[in-house]
Design a binder for this molecule. Structure first.
Ligand code: 5AD
Ligand code: SF4
Length: 467
């Protein structure tokens, strides 16, 4: 009988990718995916450490699972709990101590060993040990990418592909260099092979993932390493790959070659997430971002010169320790100058173990709240303006899933906007049940004329299906 595995994924797209890889590592060992934790043989929480009180939230989730585990045990059923991801990495042995219901704690670099860890946990439990404990949060020399089997069942025509992990930048507020470890890039050949496999299985759009994706330097031919620009040029040649995106980039690694890719490679989408965090030189320096606001403007100007329709996105932190009103005004000024198509913004919150968390001059909560609201008003205004500018235009949309309303499919524009496409007319014309008719459009790149724009999405009508 197959064993059910339920995975709950928190945080970034890299975790989504990792969760799929964990499931794929387990499948050959008789596991199948379950949609709920109840009745699951193995529950995995793939955790994220970036948001505030992340660890506390994981502990309370474990508290709930503990009850499910006890209920199942009362019925004579086995359940194992594994905690993966960045909180597991950061907490490690502490989590083992504090949460006895947890059977396995594994860090982001050891997913390929999960089937072995399960075996060991099962053996311990079968031997009658009260608790079966496995802890594996090393940064091993062999990488998980060398071991994990390939996914074959892609749910969407848009997929993530992790090409790089870890970070050596040590921004003062960030836990990533501690939880994900040093920068590591997969080889060009490895990434190309995975992308070819994806294309053969119906994937049209690939988003290359990495905490510092544009610092990518994968082993190429001979002893040389090649950067992200060279990788994108190679991936663009794969038959079936129509769109390439990459995230997240650091301004320091935005080199000329990569900027030229936006100009020269049509498959490289005109959208770039380039976090700046703050518009104040003082704060950028205190954050250890290793660039000034002027450096950032230069990159943006250059990008827009080579790729005039490029949509930019960013992350911002307000209320970093020591941020004054004048610093914050500099951030608003930067936003006005760059005009983002969309952005994420957060109040600074201290992460244990990071240099910024021990700076004494913390900004009061009410000041952070007020600054965040002002920043978000401005960002929202720009985002709506950007979206409204699309009305009347025709653009390519990759239809990825069913919309909320019947007869509607949801896709993404080249600029990553969500686009609802109403296909009721088309369905009626072919007199097919929506389910069958969906198949004609789902996963396809279509030409759409934009009819309406809102703050978060667009609506459009089908013009044609692209070959
Ligand atoms: N406080 C607030 N926001 C943070 N981020 C990372 N660490 C913190 C923190 N300590 C934000 C940054 C980053 C995004 C992924 O999360 O803006 O780019
Ligand atoms: Fe964190 Fe990004 Fe800075 Fe690296 S570059 S430390 S991942 S914010």
């Amino acid at each position: 009988m197959s064993k059910k595995v339920f995975v709950k994924t928190y945080g970034c797209q890299m975790n989504v990718y990792d969760s799929n890889r964990m499931v794929n590592a387990l499948k050959p060992h008789g596991y199948e995916v379950s949609e709920t934790p109840e009745d699951a043989y193995l529950v995995i929480l793939n955790t994220c450490h970036i948001r505030e009180k992340a660890a506390e939230k994981v502990y309370s989730e474990i508290g709930r699972l503990k009850q499910t585990k006890a209920d199942m045990a009362a019925e004579g059923k086995n359940m194992f709990i594994a905690i993966a991801g960045c909180v597991a990495q950061a907490e490690g042995a502490e989590m083992m101590k504090r949460a006895p219901a947890v059977d396995i704690v594994l860090g982001p670099q050891t997913y390929h060993r999960l089937p072995d860890m399960m075996k060991s946990a099962e053996e311990q439990r079968a031997a009658g040990r009260k608790s079966s404990r496995v802890l594996d949060t090393e940064f091993p020399a062999d990488t998980k990418f060398d071991h994990l089997p390939e996914e074959s069942d892609f749910k969407s025509s848009a997929a993530f592909l992790t090409i790089q992990e870890g970070c050596d930048k040590f921004c003062a507020f960030c836990v990533v260099p501690y939880t994900r470890g040093a920068e590591y890039s997969r080889s060009i050949a490895d990434v190309v092979a995975e992308a070819e496999h994806m294309a053969k299985n119906g994937v049209v759009e690939i988003t290359l993932l990495g905490q510092n994706v544009n610092a990518y330097h994968g082993e190429g031919e001979g002893d040389s390493t090649e950067g992200l620009a060279a990788l994108i040029r190679k991936l663009a040649k794969i038959e079936g790959i129509g769109r390439i995106r990459y995230t997240t980039s650091h301004p320091r690694d935005m080199d000329e070659d990569l900027i030229a890719v936006h100009r020269d490679v049509p498959e490289c989408m005109p959208y770039l997430h380039l976090p700046v965090q703050s518009g104040s030189d003082n704060i950028l320096q205190a954050m250890n971002r290793q660039h000034t606001r002027e450096d950032y403007f230069k990159i943006v100007d250059q990008l827009r010169e080579e790729c005039p329709n490029l949509a930019l996105s960013s992350d911002f932190i307000v209320g970093f320790p020591g941020e004054t009103d004048a610093d914050f005004e500099d951030t608003l000024d930067l936003v006005r100058r760059v005009k983002y198509a969309q952005a994420y913004s957060f109040k600074y919150s201290p992460r244990p173990g990071t240099p910024a968390s021990v700076i004494e001059e913390q900004v009061p909560e009410d000041v952070k709240t007020e600054r965040l609201a002002r920043l978000q008003d401005l960002l929202n205004e720009h985002q709506l303006e950007f979206n409204e500018g699309m009305v009347g235009m025709e653009m390519d949309v990759l239809l990825e899933r069913e919309g909320k309303q019947a007869g509607q499919l949801l896709g993404r524009s080249p600029y990553l906007q969500a686009v609802h496409v109403d296909l009721t007319k088309e369905y009626n014309a072919v007199d097919e049940s929506p389910d069958r008719a969906y198949n004609g459009y789902m996963g396809k790149l279509v030409r759409v004329k934009i009819a309406e724009a809102g703050p978060r999405s667009l609506k459009g009508e089908l013009v044609s299906v692209l070959p």
